[in-house]
Design a protein around this ligand. Structure first.
Ligand code: ATP
Ligand code: MG
Length: 299
């Protein structure tokens, strides 16, 4: 049973967004024991229920207010929004956070033997896709008369099967395209996973809970990009060392026991320290240079 006082979150049951979404929930302190294949999972430590569905269903569940939050790829979200707008259904939602996983692009690809001359090549052509609304929007923006052929799967074999002249599909590395004799020609949409919230107001209790998770989520994402850097440096080159360290405006400088010539420098950096910089630091006489990952950050 679903309890309306508990926060309802829709996540992809299995697929490319599943691990990223579940890892993020875990990192902000929401635990589940997903032993079973059930549609609904109750958190064991927070007032949160998960609705585990196909990613295609997530935008609609949020836009219809059936769930409070959803983790979804922007490609699917935008496509469903256009589809619902065309059908006169509600298509409102709020984006809470753009996330650091699920990155891909929606691209037009054509057989490698065809000579592509630019978007005008598409004029009068048939392009197979699972994203007809995004593709048609692109045709419109480019002033091209072409048709989108809707296919739910195996889009990449459509040109060889004689069903279409080209395809419009998601790409991350391009290996699938290459394996099917296709070449990427136009990127029409760049996507990442996002966390969205239903457009109407949540109860105060639920919104406070969402805000708390968001703050924690930001801390987790910021920590992933940051490093804790420690090193020993000769006092005489402190200024040179500081100018080499990324984001080291206010480093912590500590004395070293029994060593007046050197100090320890600790700094939280928003970038990693590259080998080249570490080598320059070493050449300045620095030693014990450590770059450590940070798990969580707050404030
Ligand atoms: P479902 O059974 O839930 O409908 P699906 O087959 O539609 O699954 P997946 O292949 O798991 O979906 O992809 C889900 C989302 O992951 C995509 O909509 C996209 O936002 C993102 N994604 C990231 N990289 C890729 C990629 N290389 N190919 C496809 N999707 C990708
Ligand atoms: Mg899907």
């Amino acid at each position: 049973m679903i309890d309306s006082n508990r926060l309802r979150i829709a996540v992809q049951k299995s697929g490319r967004l599943c691990d990223g979404s579940m890892d993020l929930l875990k990192a902000v302190g929401v635990k589940f024991s997903l032993r079973d294949r059930l549609l609904i999972a109750h958190s064991t430590n927070q007032p949160v229920d998960l609705l585990r569905v196909r990613d295609d269903d997530i935008p609609g569940l949020v836009m219809d207010g059936v769930v409070d939050l959803g983790f979804i790829g922007e490609n699917e979200l935008e496509e469903k929004m256009l589809e619902r707008q065309a059908a006169g259904k509600s298509s409102e939602y709020k984006v809470l956070e753009r996330l650091d996983f699920g990155g891909c692009r929606l691209s037009i690809a054509i057989p490698s033997e065809d000579e592509y001359t630019g978007p005008e090549w598409l004029e009068g052509k048939k392009i197979a896709t699972t994203y007809p609304h995004l593709l048609e929007r692109y045709f419109k923006e480019q002033g091209i008369n072409a048709s989108a052929v809707m296919l739910n799967g195996s889009v990449e074999v459509a040109p060889r099967a004689g069903l279409a002249d080209g395809i419009c599909d998601l790409v991350s590395t391009g290996a699938t395209l290459e394996a099917n004799g296709l070449e990427e020609k136009e990127v029409i949409f760049k996507s990442k996973a996002v966390l969205i919230q239903r457009a109407d107001e949540l109860s105060d209790t639920k919104q406070l809970l969402v805000n708390k998770y968001l703050t924690r989520m930001n801390g987790v994402m910021q920590a992933k990009e940051s490093k804790y850097i420690m090193l020993h440096a000769p006092r005489t080159v402190l200024d040179q060392v500081k100018s080499l360290l990324p984001g080291a405006e206010n480093p912590t400088i500590l004395p070293l026991a029994g060593n007046d010539e050197q100090v320890a420098i600790h700094v939280v950096s928003t970038e990693t320290l590259f080998w080249e910089t570490m080598e320059k630091l070493k050449a300045l006489g620095c030693s014990s240079i450590l770059v450590l990952p940070i798990e969580k950050m707050l404030g």
